[in-house]
Design a protein around this ligand. Sequence first.
Ligand code: NAP
Length: 460
Amino acid sequence: MAYQSVNPNDGKVLKSFEHMSNAQLEKSLAAAESCFQTWKHKSYAERAIVLNRAAALLRAHVDDFAKLATLEMGKRMAEARGEVAFSADILAYYAEHAEAFLAPVKLHPKNGEAHVESSPTGVLFCVEPWNFPYYQLARVAGPQLMAGNVLVVKHAACVPQCAIAFEGLLRDAGAPVGAYTNLLISYEQSDRVIDDPRIRGVALTGSLAAGRSLAARAGRNLKKSTMELGGSDAFIVLDDADLDLTIPWAVWGRMFNGGQTCCAAKRFIVLDSIADQFLAKFKTALEALKPGDPMDETTTHGPLSSEAALVQLLAQVDAAVKGGASLLMGGKRIARPGSFMQTTILADIRPGNPAFRDEFFGPVVSFYRVKGEEEAIALANDSDFGLGGSVWTRDEARGKRVASRVDTGMMFVNNIDWADAELPFGGIKSSGYGRELGHMGIQEFVNKKLVRTGHIAAPV
Ligand code: NAP
């Protein structure tokens, strides 16, 4: 079945959906293009009414939205509620600030006057992952709808009910037909959407493989794209770190959302003098987590999103051990129904081991012991990815110095409070390009048009 929700807590199929036909796809693209012709002329205030209503509806029905995410991809209920509330915040944030972000910018040429104005560009194609089934949609819908663009969206095949619920949310909030359309389409249909001349931009959040495919297709069509891809973020623990602060963040950073977060802490790089102490406390904290039904509020360790995700992660751990890594904890599936993985710690991972470069999307810690700060920075930078990372130290100035030398799109000192509506999000290197959220996310798909005025005599 093309799109299917399966509860990863027990493997039961919940609902299945066929791909839409090519005729339905054409109808959706035509509706989007037609909607753009009126939506682009709406005032910011008119667009904000729709976005604010959508935010209010999300807040009024947090549990309904959250429950669907928990059922379809196994996110713990408390985390799902948090995601729904955060998605509402993002929609409301852009409703409030879009006009200021996109206000004309006055320039100061030697002759005459000039300004740059921002105008919407058209229908955008967004392809989104299952790990944050609403937040990822809000991250594109909030800024782009407020900018005057309209969206056609392909969500991940395992969260069709969340995808349909989000489309319904915008419809209920009063968005005109074509402003936001969910597409249940195949990869082949997705390629054709990118090729379609009505599509003006492509935004993907997903894996490296998807990034290569969609960025190439967009490039061939000379279409602007943004790529929010994977990561293997370093969690650098300096010798003066406050472990009482650090350990709970280490657990959260690796285990939040079942460890399935692009900017999760994945490589724990710890200075030798504090490494044994850190490792002992980290292990104890991970052992205290309680696997169970993600609907149960007392569960602290939920399932992975699918059986396929579990099988892939187990294979990665096996390959790491075959490649010489030591298994300090876990490494197996949990003996119960559903796709549950033990919390796992790998150490002694050397260059050449696939685990040295690959992203682990689940509760697997890669632990590295280093002699000093320089080695920590060098190891953090020895990665194909460049999404985020964090530094832990009692000396904030030292933390900022180290953060400045790590080659990623985002760095955090003494916290990994990753995402806020106000803060730009994105990476470099194989983690992609472009930014979402904050004042930057809304600038990605608007035309920055220069207008110069004044009677200036032609050069002779
Ligand atoms: P994925 O397999 O790349 O899927 C993401 C989306 O891309 C899904 O909708 C998927 O559709 C679609 N897709 C994949 N290949 C495609 C193709 N050739 N043509 C058209 N659509 C295609 O990624 P995932 O494994 O589900 O998600 C996890 C990855 O996303 C991780 O690497 C994670 O780090 C990254 N991520 C990054 C960010 C960020 O902001 N940087 C945020 C969250 C996640 P189907 O489901 O139908 O295959």
